[in-house]
Design a protein around this ligand. Structure first.
Ligand code: ATP
Length: 474
């Protein structure tokens, strides 16, 4: 059943005029018609007339007013005399259009969510292992342009063996790479190293080793092993390089400055855009964990023991994990407070940074002992690890405790460094300020970096040979 109201455009008078079965309504009133549609499809007029209750709530103000939800509309020529039945097409009321649009939108959204869920599910099922490393794969972009496929990896020779894994020189798609392989016993070390390498911004730094990717595989005898692929540094680690080469002042400053720069960056908490890099302590700074580039600049490597100091789950005093790992590192490079078991865990962040700087001081000593400019007119001493002369190649924890914590012993400066020059004084002071017994008195890595920049500006010849000439471009 339908009812339509229509303003009569031609009526002059207010009231009702009947002509030829048509009701003409006077101005101000509205005409109406009431029809019924029978089951056989025929439409019969039930009632027609004028709506004169102006001001009533029921007053109809529009040209069309549908009072039932009937899907057809009756159009009316002379108010309500003739009518036709029209299917709802372009004249569909606005509310219907909005409803349709809303339904379409909801349908599309549900379909999109379903497709996304299916896609994620598929990825999870297919490449569980790969997905776990997806954050790492992002970093491939930092060091390689093309995706890495381990199928083509060839291991060529063993180049080193550490406490946690063996390192091979390898070849991947014509590219020379270093491959560090961890057994399942060292899985924790592997995941920790991966998690540090996957930190935002880390791979953008020039003095952090270039990580390519990580993966796991099963050996021929069925055991799992874990791989970290890195850029291959042909000079190897710093201790290897210094064992085989002496260096001039500027080169030595440059090498030590670059390691320090890497460490200062690692220690820094950084926000860049929407990326966050927590402050990280390396916790195993040694001359074996620094790698040397072809241009002799250095990068910090080996983050298996590293620890986030800020952000999610930083170290906390009394924390079991923090306690358990507060005494790790390489014994030779352990700070007195670590050897003595008195690391200040109340300020874990500063304490662990200070431990790194202590080891950095020893690394400076090892490096500058191979600086030819600091031994004018005499042979440069052979390379030595810190405390190698005192405790040999494999010092025990107890021997180190006695020497470093109790006796407060530090590496001896060579005779040739006794000369009172600004450069030698500054150099020795920098080392001493790094390995100070009082951890809080030590330089920060950032300060050490500045000191090394300044040292590089001091010419050996100026300092040692009474200003005869200078060369300070670095
Ligand atoms: N990317 C690399 N390029 C070239 N040589 C490397 C690379 N990574 C490691 N090496 C060499 O492999 C050696 C072993 O490295 P690894 O990190 O396994 O042990 P480490 O640092 O010597 O000892 P530890 O892990 O016990 O501290 C290094 O000393 C270095 O000479």
């Amino acid at each position: 059943m339908g009812a339509v109201s229509h303003n009569s455009p031609t009526s002059e008078l207010r009231g009702v005029v009947r002509e030829n079965g048509t009701v003409r309504c006077s101005r101000g009133s509205r005409c109406y018609g009431l029809w019924v549609k029978r089951p056989d499809g025929e439409i019969h007029l039930l009632k027609q007339g004028c709506w004169t209750h102006i001001g009533d709530q029921q007053e109809c103000h529009g040209d069309h007013c549908l009072v039932t939800p009937t899907p057809f509309q009756i159009q009316n020529d002379l108010c309500n005399a003739n009518f036709t039945e029209a299917l709802p097409t372009a004249d569909t009321p606005p509310l219907r259009r909005e409803e349709t649009a809303l339904i379409a939108l909801v349908t599309v959204a549900i379909a999109a969510i379903l497709i996304m869920a299916l896609f994620v599910g598929y990825r999870l099922m297919k490449g569980k292992k790969k997905l776990r490393l997806s954050a790492l794969n992002v970093m491939e972009a930092a060091c390689t342009e093309s995706p890495v496929d381990l199928e083509n990896l060839k291991l060529l020779e063993l180049i080193g063996r550490g406490r946690y894994g063996a390192v091979f020189r390898g070849c991947l798609n014509e590219r020379c790479v270093a491959v560090k392989i961890f057994s399942s016993a060292n899985h924790q070390n592997y995941t920790n190293e991966c998690s540090i390498y996957s930190l935002p911004l880390l791979q953008q730094h020039d003095n952090i080793a270039c990580f390519l990717m990580a993966d796991e595989r099963t050996t021929a005898n069925g055991r799992p092993e874990f791989l970290i692929l890195m850029e291959y540094y042909s000079h190897g680690c710093l201790s290897q390089y210094l064992s085989a080469h002496t260096v001039d002042w500027l080169t030595c400053c440059r090498m030590t400055h670059s390691v320090t720069r890497g460490l200062a960056f690692l220690h820094t908490e950084l926000y860049r855009g929407d990326q966050y890099k927590p402050a990280v302590a390396h916790r195993d700074v040694t001359s074996r964990n620094v790698l040397v580039r072809a241009d002799l600049s250095c990068v910090l490597a080996d983050f298996g023991l590293s620890m986030k100091l800020t952000g999610n789950r930083p170290c906390r005093p009394g924390d079991d994990v923090t306690m358990a790992i507060s005494e790790v590192g390489t014994v030779r490079y352990m700070a007195p407070e670590v050897l003595g078991g008195v690391l200040n865990l109340r300020d874990c962040e500063s304490a662990l940074k200070q431990v790194d700087v202590y080891a950095l001081g020893l690394l400076y000593w090892e490096s500058f002992r191979r600086c030819s400019d600091l031994f004018p007119g005499e042979a440069v001493p052979d390379y030595q690890l810190a405390f190698q002369a005192e405790l040999g190649n494999h010092p025990s924890f107890e021997d180190m405790q006695i020497l470093i914590t109790r006796e407060k012993y530090r590496p001896r400066f060579p005779e040739a460094w006794k000369e009172d020059s600004l450069m030698l004084r500054s150099l020795k002071e920098t080392m001493e300020d790094c390995w100070d017994q009082d951890a809080e008195a030590r330089l920060t890595a950032q300060c050490a970096e500045e000191r090394l920049s300044e040292l590089a500006l001091l010419s050996t010849h100026t300092a040692i040979h009474n200003h005869r000439y200078t060369h300070n471009s670095w």
